[in-house]
Ligand binder design. Structure first.
Ligand SMILES: Cc1cc2nc3c(=O)[nH]c(=O)nc-3n(C[C@H](O)[C@H](O)[C@H](O)COP(=O)(O)OP(=O)(O)OC[C@H]3O[C@@H](n4cnc5c(N)ncnc54)[C@H](O)[C@@H]3O)c2cc1C
Length: 416
């Protein structure tokens, strides 16, 4: 039997699909979310949960091509490319490499900082308004360096960030250590971003889902969407549980978006950027706030409910293996910095696919040449940080309202 015709279908129940659904329901729309697995079970599950306007600079930066080539031969490097014949990957890399210059870096940084700043403010509002129990704390985030040259280089880059409204505080190693007993001696310096925050991402998605259901939104998990057809007045999607009809559809499929969009004649420049995390019980001595151990690119997040090491960026396609070398690199990196680098028990070893575009900007807006199909994907390394703004922007565009931020930089048309 067919389900009734919905107002808006959201395909993909990660942090972006759920945030879009919640903002739509708040705008008075009817919403059904469909997810092939369980909602929040994709990249949104085991990520580091940091909310980071400070991370506005994109991955494509001057010098990144040379660094990437060096790292190709280092299996535990923070950025790794598995060499293979894949035309979509090489096209993606060629565009990425072309953007590793100061002009494009600035352009991406500006557009990323706008959506990140809006999202940061909106998240505080959402946590209060919807009573989201997700271990949200507005305590800032620190970049910590043991290598003097890296610290000096980065402290200079922070000056560039002021141009984009990102404030930071610089600490010498000794001063920093006096206030942070979780760290071993030998810190060269640290940079604090007081505007950053953190939350527990699996709780955040669960709470978005709860708030959505309480407001009348419907969530169907274990419902794989196979194809989509537009008609004059709406869409029909075929799923493994029968057809679903709606006036509008939002594709929020994260790293799975390109395969699905291919069927609609849309070529989305998204590659899966694989990352890993290990979650432990909370050690006795933990950092006071989330930190990135910069020389090793390991992110450390602490909650009352646990402790997570995460990071690494691997372009290895849709590879589902848990790479032991990369997991070990997280623990090794943490052990260089922290007195207690791991907790007593491992709760989860995890990987996720970040949906990476080559300009590091999400794709938000109506799908080109489509009337009722919308795209909300490509959030890369910052989908949690950008979630509230992305959801609101999508809801405003679909409802024909004036959005809070200019949607132009995020439109799919920039790739055509
Ligand atoms: C190690 C790591 C650390 C990270 N740390 C941070 C961080 O600290 N801060 C931050 O902001 N971001 C972080 N990120 C990035 C963040 O996790 C992602 O940007 C974000 O989760 C993407 O959300 P999404 O909703 O687009 O995709 P996903 O969460 O992957 O959701 C896509 C959903 O689509 C569903 N789906 C797929 N195919 C179908 C289909 N055919 N039919 C129906 N449903 C389908 C999947 O089941 C999935 O639930 C990190 C990522 C990783 C890997």
């Amino acid at each position: 039997m067919n389900s009734p015709r919905d107002d808006v279908l959201i395909v993909g129940g990660g942090v972006i699909g759920l945030a879009t659904a919640l903002a739509l329901v708040e705008a008075g729309r009817g919403v059904r979310v469909l997810d092939a697995g369980r909602v929040g079970g994709g990249a949104s599950h085991g990520n580091c949960g940091t909310i980071t306007p400070s991370h506005a600079p994109p991955l494509a930066a001057p010098g990144m091509v040379a660094a990437g080539l060096r790292w190709m031969f280092t299996p535990d490097a923070p950025l790794y490319l598995k060499p293979r014949l894949d035309p979509a990957l090489w096209r993606w890399l060629a565009h990425f490499a072309a953007r590793c210059n100061l002009g494009d870096w600035r352009q991406s940084t500006r557009s990323r900082s706008l959506i990140l700043a809006d999202s940061r403010d909106r998240l505080t509002d959402w946590v209060g308004r919807y009573q989201l129990q997700c271990e949200f704390a507005e305590e800032g985030l620190d970049y910590v360096f043991r290598e003097q040259a890296n610290f000096d280089h980065y402290a200079r880059e922070c000056e560039l960030l002021h141009e984009f409204g990102i404030t930071s505080e610089i600490f010498g190693g000794e001063a920093y250590l006096r206030d942070e007993p979780a760290l071993k001696p030998g810190v060269a310096g640290a940079v604090r971003f007081p505007g950053d925050a953190r939350l527990r991402p699996d709780r955040y998605v669960a709470e978005l889902a709860r708030a959505l259901r309480e407001r009348g939104g419907v969530i169907e998990d274990q419902c794989q969407v196979e194809s989509l057809h537009e008609s004059a007045d709406g869409v029909v999607v075929a799923t493994d549980r029968g057809a679903r009809r709606a006036g509008e559809v939002v594709l929020a499929l994260g790293a799975w978006s390109p395969q699905f969009a291919n069927g609609l004649g849309l070529r989305l420049p998204i590659q899966p950027g694989k990352g890993y995390s290990i979650t432990y019980s909370r050690p006795l001595v933990v950092p006071k706030r989330p930190m990135v151990l910069k020389d090793r690119s390991v992110c450390v997040t602490v909650w009352d409910s646990g402790f997570r090491l995460g990071s690494t960026m691997e372009f290895s396609g849709y590879d589902t293996s848990l790479n032991a070398i990369r997991l070990a690199a997280l623990e090794r990196g943490a052990a260089e910095y922290l007195h207690e680098p791991v907790g007593a028990t491992v709760q989860e070893r995890w990987y996720g696919w970040r949906p990476m575009t080559w300009d590091d900007l999400p794709i938000l807006g109506r799908a080109p040449r489509h009337r009722h199909t919308w795209l909300a994907a490509g959030h890369g390394m910052l989908g949690v940080s950008m979630s509230a703004a992305s959801g609101q922007l999508m809801a405003d565009l679909i409802s024909g309202r004036q959005p809070a931020i200019d949607p132009t930089p995020y439109r799919m048309e920039r790739f055509l």
